[in-house]
Design a protein around this ligand. Structure first.
Ligand code: XMP
Length: 324
């Protein structure tokens, strides 16, 4: 797709027919751009990179190599879904990198939020570059840049896409959804046959669960967070009107619990659900009491180390959406 300005004549992709026409056009354009060359893609499993992967697999098959980096901060089931959908169902060339130890070792004892973000971003680039250097003859880099990224003039997405590659790794970019809005990317994703749960996934911060396991991340607290988050997403996911973002946090504090007559220290899980248009301001969603009770009971029964469940129903401002 050439040019960074959406032509006024471009129809909003609101249905399957328009999505299919877009897909056909992109397949032609991608084939023309790529020719016989090889393309690399950092596949996070988020909506944008997944749609780009599916488009490229259709257009150029095994000339695309996807790299999925598991940094240990993904939500429950996410790395497995990427492997199932792209390797098993779409027969993609997928390199799965288990970098969990590398990330968590580097994050050990680091409690300052921006330092955590920087470490996660840097190691992500390091791992991706190592994989890119192992491959021969790759000339192009595909990215899930979407139109709001261009409008915000970031150009390259800061988090799940690959900014900051070293000078000697210069790639030509393939950005087939760069003129689309998020809702259009979703319609295209469904037309490409991606699972609904992938296409309609809620926004997830680049540093993943890392910013919801506040302070210095420990593996046991992170594992409990992943389980609690899965419960929160499952139960709130049953509501008719889904909030824009809903998740769990386990802050780096402990409080006293009691079990079999004995006192012990455990973690609180915080439930957060918000609605927003642009994430600049946000309203806390007032959850039904039945949902809150089910979440409380399930977390206490199913998640190790947790002895308290709290609900954060503060708006932004004054709270940010994430806890750090
Ligand atoms: P806050 O917490 O600032 O979040 O109200 C606003 C939106 O941005 C997401 N967020 C991030 N996304 N990298 C990202 O890609 C980050 O470091 C990051 N921090 C916050 C957050 O989930 C919310 O949707």
């Amino acid at each position: 797709m050439s040019g960074n300005v959406r032509p006024e004549s471009m129809k909003r992709i609101v249905n399957k027919e328009l999505a299919e026409a877009f897909i056909e056009e992109q397949i032609r354009e991608i084939r023309e751009q790529v020719g016989n060359r090889k393309v690399l893609l950092a596949l996070s499993g988020g909506v944008d990179s997944s749609v780009v992967a599916a488009l490229l697999i259709k257009a150029i098959g095994k000339k695309l190599t996807c790299v999925h980096v598991n940094h240990g901060l993904l939500r429950k089931g996410e790395p497995e879904q990427v492997i199932e959908v792209f390797r098993n169902q779409m027969d993609a060339n997928l390199i799965y990198v288990d970098a969990v130890d590398r990330f968590l070792d580097a994050l050990k004892d680091v409690s300052e939020p921006e330092t955590k973000r920087k470490i996660i971003g840097k190691i992500f680039i390091d791992v991706f570059v190592e994989e890119a250097r192992k491959l021969e003859g790759v000339e192009l880099l595909a990215q899930g840049t979407i139109y709001p990224d261009i409008l915000e003039s970031k150009g390259v997405k800061a988090h799940h896409n690959v900014g900051g590659l070293p000078e000697d790794l210069k790639f030509e970019l393939v950005e087939p959804v760069k003129l689309l809005y998020k809702d259009e990317v979703r319609v295209v994703g469904e037309a490409l046959g991606l699972p609904h749960s992938m296409v309609y996934r809620q926004p997830f911060p680049g540093p993943g669960l890392g910013v919801r396991c506040t302070g210095a991340i420990t593996r046991d607290r992170l594992n409990s967070l992943r389980e609690a988050d899965a419960i929160v997403r499952e139960e709130i996911g049953k509501l008719e009107n889904l909030p824009w973002q809903f998740f769990a946090v386990i802050p780096d504090i402990q409080s006293t619990g009691i079990k079999d007559g004995k006192r012990y220290m455990g973690w609180p899980v915080v439930i957060r659900a918000i609605d927003t248009v642009d994430a600049v301001t946000a309203k806390s969603v007032i959850l039904p009491i039945e949902t809150l009770l089910t979440i409380r009971d399930r977390i206490i029964a199913e998640v190790p180390g947790v002895n308290r469940v709290l609900w954060d129903y503060t708006d932004k401002p004054v709270s940010t959406i994430e806890w750090e």
